[in-house]
Structure formats: structure tokens, C-alpha cells
Design a protein around this ligand. Sequence first.
Ligand SMILES: NC(=O)c1ccc[n+]([C@@H]2O[C@H](COP(=O)([O-])OP(=O)(O)OC[C@H]3O[C@@H](n4cnc5c(N)ncnc54)[C@H](OP(=O)(O)O)[C@@H]3O)[C@@H](O)[C@H]2O)c1
Length: 326
Amino acid sequence: MPNFFYSQFFVTPKLPKKDLSCQTIIVTGANVGLGFEAAKHFANMRAERVILACRDQQKGNVAADQIRQSSLLAAKTHLEVWPLDLSSYASIEAFGKKVNTLTRLDAVVANAGILTKQFKLMEGNESTITVNVISTILMGLLVLPKLRESAKANKKDGVLTFVGSEVYTMAKFTEQNSDKLLATLNSPEKSNMGDRYNVSKLLLLFAVRELAKQNPVSDQNPVLISVLTPGFCKSSVFRDTGFGSKMMNFMAIIMGRETEVGSRTLVDAAVGKHGRNEHGEFLWDNKPAPPTGFVPSEKGQRIQKKLWSELNGKLEEAVPGVTATV
Ligand SMILES: NC(=O)c1ccc[n+]([C@@H]2O[C@H](COP(=O)([O-])OP(=O)(O)OC[C@H]3O[C@@H](n4cnc5c(N)ncnc54)[C@H](OP(=O)(O)O)[C@@H]3O)[C@@H](O)[C@H]2O)c1
């Protein structure tokens, strides 16, 4: 595992050199921040079609216009804004149906996420867990069949990559011994919202590793599934953290990457630079960085299985039949 401080101060991820002609790529949460910068890169790399999946159509339209105006190359890309609100299962299901009407889909970057200190329920679960974990995986399962179909037709591996974070290593995760992990995370009294974002990125890592394990990449299933960290970046993700937001923005001035620089890691994963070696991997500074410590430990593996089983229940409640795509 790279050292966080070394990575922040001495590593500048590079943008892969790739021509994305004919490709269709989806980026969630693409109206701002890392998702916006990644979408702009895809357009400048000649992608045929880039879909900005946003919860606010108007913000998405403004972002698409900014990308079109950013260069002559970007202006040639078909940029579309599709509605996707990860706080609503109905919205995710409708998005999944629309994705299945595409004639081609090369990569999906599941980037949208939140960081909040406020305890709130969304679709019956604490909002950070809903948006960053349950809904993100639900969206991933709904786009998998199209990625597979398209990859087989074009004889080129598809990519489903999730934006995680190295903060998973900092999660205290005091809920880890509970009989029911997700139910315990829903308790307003027991919730430690200071730890919640870190826990959400840990659970996302577990879920993506299990999803990748259950979908081994092969010629019959040519989709690379990965999770990446962009590193600590200047962005608006800290906006709902009250005083913490001022502190994080100050720290970002000292050691944060520009959002554009961080977004190169999203692009690197989406073009599948490491080929089938990136399947199931956590990518840090554009390289696989196999988790150490808790995640691969025996206990970590037990929790991964338990979480997956609980998640499957939630996903089936959200969209019956969706787990059959795994
Ligand atoms: N910045 C960092 O240092 C850092 C480090 C590691 C990982 N990350 C991860 O990188 C990803 C992007 O973050 P960012 O830093 O670019 O933050 P950001 O600027 O706040 O962007 C977050 C994006 O997610 C969207 N979003 C939030 N809730 C949503 C919902 N319910 N449905 C659909 N979209 C929703 C936001 O839409 P609105 O504009 O409408 O709110 C926005 O487009 C997140 O997953 C974050 O956890 C960030």
C-alpha cells in the first residue's frame, strides 16, 4: 500500500493516452468535482458519447455546456445528461432501464457520493450508506448486463469502476461485531457520524471485492470490476460537514490534489489500463494496491460475506430480481 503522505506530496497521477473513439462512457455525479473533470477528459479523448448521470438536470446541462466549450475535440462528443438520484431506488431503476436501451456501453464510473455528519434516513437506511454503498452497488448491478453484452459484441473488455477512498483504512467501524451490520448502522443513537464516511468507503470496498469475486472475468463475462481512490482532492465533497468542512478545505490547500489531477485516476481505471489484472483490485495512484490488515484478514473476509448477504436482501427489496445479474 502506498503511504498517504508520500502519495499526496510526491505522486502526480498521469492521464492515460488513449483514443476512445466509438466508445460510450457513463459517469455518475458528473456535474461537478472529480466526475465533471473525468467526463471532460473522456470527451477530450474522443469518446463518441459521454453520459453525465446527475440528480439535478439543470446542473448537468450547465456542466455539459462547459465541457462542450472546453475544446474543439470535446465539442464533437455527444454529451448527454441523464437523471440519476441515488437517494431514490425508483430513479436508479429507471436509469438502469434507460441504460439497457444503449447500443453500446464501454465503461461506467460510479463516482457520485456524499459525506455528511447529519444522520438522515434515505430509502430506509442512513443516507451515507444508502448513497455511497447500497444505491451505488444497485446502479452497478443494473448496468452490468449491458456492459457484458457490449463487451462481447465489441470484443473489448467493459469496465465498471467505483470511486472509493483510502480512508477505508481509517474506519473505526465499531459496528463490525453486530449481528446485523446494516440495521446497526441505521440506529440514530448508536451512529458515529464522524466515522460514517470512512465506514461507507470500507463497505463499498468489501462489496466491490465480493461483486468482482462472484463475477470472475472471462470471455463469457468480459467486465473488469474495480474500486479506486483519487487521493485527497480539493472539491465540494466536504460541504455538509460543518466546522470539519473548514478544516478539510484548509488541509486540501496544503496537500490536496487539484480535482483535475485526481480525476485522472477515474479515467485510468475506466480505460482498463491494467487489463484483466485490475479485476477486483483497489487502485491507488493508478496501480493495484492490495488492501492489507483488516480487509483481507479472516474476520474481514467473514464481514465481507455477511455484508454481501445483507446487501443482497436490500437490493432485492429495492429492485426484485436484480441480484440475478451477478
Ligand atoms: N475529494 C476527495 O478528496 C475524495 C477523495 C476520495 C474519494 N472521493 C470520492 O469521489 C467521489 C466524487 O467526489 P467529489 O470530491 O468530486 O465531490 P463533489 O464535488 O461533492 O461531487 C459529488 C457528486 O456526487 C453527486 N451526488 C451526491 N449525492 C447524490 C445523489 N443522491 N444522487 C446522485 N448524485 C449525487 C453530486 O451531485 P450534486 O452536485 O447535485 O450534489 C456531485 O455530482 C465521491 O464518491 C467521493 O466520496 C473524493
